[in-house]
Each structure stands twice: as structure tokens, then as C-alpha cells.
Design a binder for this molecule. Structure first.
Ligand SMILES: [Zn+2]
Length: 385
């Protein structure tokens, strides 16, 4: 196919070993008792929502319905030096001490199991591998299918299922090791990427455009006024959305905010913190598969116009396994060369055909008697007295 592009999807089974056990006591004494009583009050068995099946569901779906032009590669583990570009050494050491252990790190649900530290190193390193594949010209675009996710992880704190900030590690690598002067990060996950914002808050060489459901939705940050500081003022762009905002709102934000920002910034590389929790199945927003595809199409055009097409996706959230895997596939199809659909138009051609089919069925003859044929009957078809 002449319109086919080269796309590499990165997937590594070492990331499946991150499997926190909620039965492990996770906080000392009083807090543990309190949190457990809150969880038991939910009335449903509480499971750790960020689990290995998120990745295997994507992989199985792509095996069942492959996308032509997409090849798979394994990931690599990030080194201490690579992670230290965005996290403090003391934070890294505190995480490394959890290797082989189970523990809870944050009341907002971040936990580790014995395989978690290596899984997190592989997630961050795989985001780097996805960037290297594109910057070094092995593929036009790539998708790092990683977990644990990253965009809530701050320089000194694990939060919101995130240990290391994968997309930030990848952006820092592109900037500091691969010669990309300016890197743009687009975060379309339903939740604000507070960690990514923190890391690049004063950095003029990284432009973050983050579209998310507005506070008080987790993590509560990401207001319009948060625009960065110092030399980085203006390179942090937040677009808070109300609950249930969907394709039209997202695409308007893309066309009227994200595209002009990118044309002003002139990135050498575009990274996407791609969460699939804006899909309606995750009950926060209302983006469709066509919406994810259309957003991908806009980013692909932008990358081709600005930076030789260099476009790298890094998986963030998305907890419904159906919309997660189908959402990833809808992105990969566009990256591989399929024309993105125009959201909101799906079904219009079919309805037009159906309207033509039925058109003659309900024509009222002008010369027919003034009384309709069932006059004298009520709604149940019974004769009225
Ligand atoms: Zn999210």
C-alpha cells in the first residue's frame, strides 16, 4: 500500500510484573484502618484498577485484529541517569529500595509489588526506545504501550498509579541526548498531567498542552492560569473540560489552541501522553474512537508540517479494557496511514440510504380522506366508544 507508514509499537512483558496486592497493609496504624473502612463502605470488592490485563488486552486485540504496517518490538529498562533527568536522586533511591517488596506509596492508590520497580524502569525505558526509533529514523511514528503509567509522577513523589514519569523521561532524553531542541507534549488523558507540568514548569524548551476534565476531578490541578514561570512562562497550556465533553470540544481545543501553540513553538518532536479514559466507557468524558483517530490525524499533520512527522505516543490511563484496546487500535490505524474519520458523521451515509429506502412508505396522499385510517382507535388499537 502506497499510503502505508512505518509504525513501531513497543510492548514488553516485564511490565506485567507490576501487580499490587491490595491485601497488603499499606499504611501504618490508624490510616490503614481508616482507608480500609472507607474502601469497605464502597459496597463492592475494591481491586487495584491499574492492572496487567490493561496491557495484555491491548496486545490480544491487536493480535486478533492486526493493523497493517505496525510491527512490535520489546522495550528496555531506563537507567538511573536517564530517570534522574526528571526525578531527584533521593526519590529514585527511595523507589529502588522497594525492589522485591510490596508497599503502598500514596493514599491516592499508588502501590508496588515485588516486580514493580523493574516494570516501572522498563516503562520509562520503553518510552525512550519509542523516541529513539522515531528520532533515528527507523519509523515515522511509534507507540510505547507501557504501564505503570507516568504523567502523575512528580520529581519527588509517586502518585495516581505512577512511579516514574515516562513521557517526561522520554522528552528529557530527546532534548538532552538526541539533540531535539524543542519538544512538545500533548496530554489528552482524562486526568491532568500534574507531574509532567511540575517537571517542565519553568522549562522553555518543553511545551505541554494538557486537555483534561477540570478540577475537582483528580488530581485537582490544571487550571487555565497555570501557564508556567520564568523562561517557561507560556509553555504550559491547560484546557480544562467539563464532565462529558466529547469529540467536538476536544477537536475545537486541538484546532484553536493546540495547533496555533505548536506553530508558535516549532517543536522538533511531538510526544503524546495518550490516555484512553476520555472514552465514555470510563465515565468521565465522552470521546469516541473516531475522536481519538481524528485527534491523531491532526497531530500527524502537525508533526509532518513541523518536525518531519516525528510523533511518539506513550500510554497513560484507560481502565475499561474494551475502550482501552479499541482506542489504541484507532490511533495505530491512523499512524499506519488510514484516513481519519470525521467524528459525528459515522452512520450518516447509512441513515441517508435507509431514508431513501423508506421514503415511499409513509407518504400521505393529499386526496385521502380527512380522517386518518385508524380514526376511532386509541393507542392500543382498541376501538374507542
Ligand atoms: Zn487518566
Amino acid at each position: 500500500m502506497s499510503n502505508q507508514n512505518s509504525v513501531i509499537a513497543f510492548y514488553d512483558e516485564r511490565m506485567l510484573a507490576h501487580e499490587p496486592d491490595i491485601e497488603v497493609p499499606f499504611l501504618p496504624g490508624r490510616m490503614d484502618t481508616r482507608i480500609r473502612s472507607l474502601l469497605s463502605g464502597l459496597g463492592v470488592p475494591w481491586k487495584y484498577p491499574e492492572h496487567p490485563a490493561r496491557l495484555t488486552a491491548i496486545r490480544h486485540f491487536l493480535e486478533l485484529e492486526p493493523v497493517t504496517g505496525v510491527t512490535f518490538e520489546a522495550g528496555v529498562a531506563a537507567t538511573r541517569e536517564e530517570l534522574a533527568r526528571v526525578h531527584t536522586l533521593s526519590y529514585l533511591d527511595s523507589i529502588y529500595q522497594l525492589r522485591g517488596k510490596s508497599a503502598w506509596l500514596d493514599v491516592d492508590t499508588t502501590a508496588v509489588s515485588p516486580g514493580s520497580v523493574e516494570a516501572a524502569e522498563v516503562a520509562a525505558g520503553t518510552a525512550i526506545a519509542a523516541v529513539e526509533a522515531v528520532v533515528k529514523g527507523r519509523a515515522e511514528s511509534s507507540f510505547a504501550l507501557v504501564r505503570p503509567p507516568g504523567h502523575h509522577a512528580e520529581p519527588v513523589r509517586a502518585r495516581g498509579f505512577c512511579l516514574f514519569n515516562n513521557v517526561a523521561v522520554a522528552a528529557a532524553h530527546a532534548h538532552l541526548a538526541l539533540g531535539c531542541e524543542r519538544v512538545m507534549i500533548v496530554d489528552w488523558d482524562a486526568h491532568h498531567g500534574n507531574g509532567t507540568q511540575d517537571i517542565f514548569w519553568a522549562d522553555p524548551d518543553v511545551l505541554l498542552v494538557d486537555i483534561h476534565r477540570a478540577s475537582p476531578f483528580y488530581p485537582g490541578t490544571g487550571s487555565l492560569e497555570e501557564v508556567g514561570v520564568g523562561l517557561g512562562e507560556g509553555t504550559n497550556v491547560n484546557v480544562p473540560m467539563p464532565a462529558d465533553a466529547g469529540d467536538a470540544a476536544y477537536l475545537k481545543a486541538f484546532r484553536e489552541i493546540l495547533v496555533p501553540a505548536a506553530e508558535w513553538f516549532r517543536p522538533d518532536l511531538i510526544l503524546v501522553s495518550a490516555g484512553f479514559d476520555p472514552h465514555s466507557h470510563d465515565l468521565a468524558l465522552n470521546v469516541s474512537y473516531d475522536g481519538f483517530a481524528a485527534m491523531t490525524g491532526i497531530l500527524q499533520s502537525l508533526a509532518r508540517q513541523q518536525c518531519g512527522g516525528r510523533l511518539v505516543f506513550v500510554l497513560e490511563g484507560g481502565y475499561n479494557l474494551v475502550s482501552l484496546s479499541r482506542g489504541v487500535r484507532s490511533v495505530l490505524r491512523v499512524l499506519a496511514g488510514e484516513a481519519p474519520p470525521e467524528p459525528g458523521l459515522r452512520g450518516m451515509a447509512e441513515v441517508e440510504a435507509a431514508a431513501a429506502f423508506h421514503r415511499s412508505a409513509f407518504v400521505t396522499e393529499p386526496e385521502a380522506s380527512a380522517a386518518p385510517p385508524d380514526a376511532g382507535r386509541d393507542c392500543q388499537g382498541k376501538h374507542r366508544p
